[in-house]
Write a protein of this length. Structure first.
Length: 152
């Protein structure tokens, strides 16, 4: 049965105007970043895969909506897993703290310390990283919770 169904799949999938406009709007809004490399190519491949699995004859707004959700997720994963480029332990911890607080705002110092494995670099380095971020107004403590301060 799979072989007969595969024969019915069209070789090309047209993209309707609404879907094309949504994808172009998303693409234009992408920031210039190494994390966005080839996301558009991945998106075009996903369009076909989603259309086939959803038994559609063309790529429509529903397909594009799902594809864009996957691409946005991929972009966030790329940012979260990007290696930290820092020259010393304190700078690495500062970046780990920033990344953690972007995903988990209002976390206790203890949770931040545990979840970024700060003890590997030492408590002294962790305390100085928190102190540096606080002094530079990147992080603030509210009710014993750390919060990343949004840039103006």
């Amino acid at each position: 049965m799979a072989a007969s169904h595969a024969g019915a799949v069209p070789r090309r999938f047209p993209v309707d105007d609404e879907a094309k406009a949504a994808f172009e709007k998303w693409y234009i809004a992408l920031p210039s970043s190494p994390h966005t490399t080839r996301l558009d190519t991945l998106g075009r491949s996903l369009m076909v895969l989603f259309a086939v699995t959803m038994n559609k004859a063309q790529v429509d707004a529903e397909v594009i909506g799902l594809v864009l959700q996957v691409l946005d997720y991929e972009f966030r994963v790329r940012i979260a897993t990007d290696p930290i480029d820092a020259d010393n332990a304190i700078a690495k911890l500062e970046e780990k703290i920033r990344r953690y607080l972007r995903i988990h705002p209002d976390s206790s110092v203890r949770n931040v310390r545990r979840n970024i494995n700060a003890d590997r670099q030492g408590i002294w380095a962790f305390q100085h990283a928190i102190e540096n971020l606080t002094k530079s107004h990147e992080v603030r403590e509210v009710n014993k919770k750390l919060r990343l301060v949004e840039a103006p």
